[in-house]
Design a protein around this ligand. Structure first.
Ligand SMILES: Cc1cc2nc3c(=O)[nH]c(=O)nc-3n(C[C@H](O)[C@H](O)[C@H](O)COP(=O)(O)O)c2cc1C
Length: 193
């Protein structure tokens, strides 16, 4: 496959299993994350590599976050709904054997506004998905409510003013997925000529 074909065929794989990437593969993924365009070289991101026991730690954090949500006086959920949500949250991190959490580490800079730093961190997630795929693994970028939850942010050491950009789930594809059709760029483009 050429580099261009690789780019034009990017897609996610949500069905991931063991084995997880080994140390070398993970370090290549992290190195790809460091290679993104970065105004003023601020490196305004942080990566948390979660695997093994770490997945259970993340699961516990998700449960704590939901317990906190459900303990609020304005919570309307029934006991059954709460039980279902907690059971789902517990399982979430086990959808892949490796998760890399990409978060921002925003810095005050006169020439680099926050939006540029968030975009750069987003590029990390994309580059890392590509690096995982290039090494034969599957990956899926996820967020969901928990990416914006303060308990989850605190547990992961993400400062209040920072953002969780994504949870990049990575693992061995359970099966090769058929190639999705390409999306047309036509309605998204105009030309000044
Ligand atoms: C910032 C961001 C957050 C996302 N969060 C989720 C998510 O929580 N759940 C989900 O199913 N897809 C999520 N997606 C979309 C998937 O990563 C994926 O792109 C989508 O399912 C389309 O599949 P494709 O990547 O194969 O085109 C997110 C994408 C981005 C860029």
């Amino acid at each position: 496959m050429t580099n261009l074909e690789f780019l034009l065929q990017r897609q996610s794989n949500p069905q991931l299993t063991e084995p997880a990437p080994n140390k070398t593969v993970i370090e290549n993924i992290l190195a790809a994350g460091m290679r993104v365009p970065d105004h003023a070289g601020l490196k305004p991101w942080h990566f948390t590599v979660v695997s093994g026991e770490g997945l259970q730690r993340l699961s516990d954090l998700y449960v704590d976050a939901f317990k906190d949500i459900f303990s609020k006086p304005d919570n309307q959920a029934t006991a059954e709904e709460i039980e279902q949500k907690l059971a789902k949250a517990k399982k979430m991190p086990f959808r892949a054997p490796l998760i890399i959490v990409i978060s921002t580490k925003l810095q005050a800079h006169e020439k680099v506004p926050e939006v540029e730093q968030v975009v750069a961190a987003g590029c990390c997630a994309h580059a890392m998905q590509m690096a995982a795929t290039a090494q034969g693994f599957g990956a899926m970028w996820r967020t969901g409510d928990l990416a914006y939850n303060n308990i989850v942010k605190q547990g992961l050491g993400v400062a209040e003013q920072d953002h969780i950009i994504g949870f990049l789930y990575i693992g061995t594809p359970c099966r090769e997925l058929p190639l999705k059709p390409s999306r047309s760029f036509v309605p998204h483009v105009d030309y000044w000529q």
